[in-house]
Design a protein around this ligand. Sequence first.
Ligand code: DHB
Ligand code: FE
Length: 282
Amino acid sequence: MTTLIGGLGTSHVPAIGGAIHKGRQQEPYWKPFFDGYPPVQQWLQEKKPDVVVIFYNDHGLNFFLDKMPTFAVGAAEVYNNADEGWGIPTLPPFKGNLDLSWHIINHLVDKNFDITTCQEMLVDHACTMPLKLFWPEGECPVTMVPICINTVQFPLPKPERVYALGRAVGEAITSWDSDKKVAVIASGGLSHQLEGERAGFLNKEFDLQFMESLVSNPEWATQFTNHDLVEKTGSQGIELLMWLAMRASLAVGPGHGVRKVHSHYHIPISNTAAGLIALEKF
Ligand code: DHB
Ligand code: FE
């Protein structure tokens, strides 16, 4: 029987990849950010997931504005990283988990989600950075199933729809016939805006309330429209929808609850409020 051990949420910023590459983790700018991760790395060393499902948004590497699926699920044996123009080094290929991919895809279509299935998929910093932050040493020890949620080009899926997607992914994971341990990762947010008059906008109060809601009241963020969320968190802060999907995936089975293992919040990294959370399912 598959065990869904819990979920992780982290912000992604390309500059983090540069800092890792240049070994800058102990420098004053970076230390408060990287210091958030060891407790989560340790939890993962103890729990030893075999597979991760990653909710993230592609930023123009695999999907561009001319073809933008609302939800896309990877079904590849290998996911390649490629130069996406941020000056970060490309990472070696990541191993997929085909069996879980197709199980999730079948379950989602059965539950009326009209997804795009990708048997080839380049993965950008949003997918690769969490893996490097959670397993900084050596080869990535998990296989993965990447799931893209469009937060790049309107119209975006509503928070309640994202929550429903997350639930359905959780049902698929827990009904997967395997002896594997699975963790769900969310990559994105928290508040940030990269362009326009509000470039640099951050909202610590909302971010912390949102992080707290994931523990105590997981559907809290579904009360907002996407326009509300952009207003409150910035035009890229809306990436926090990934965290909502991750939390929803844990709200399945007999125990809907989670225990907070660790959280961390640091402002800013580049233009972004960098959040981190680890939730253990019970
Ligand atoms: C930054 C943040 C992002 O979410 C992203 O995808 C790219 C850049 C930033 O703050 O620099
Ligand atoms: Fe982003």
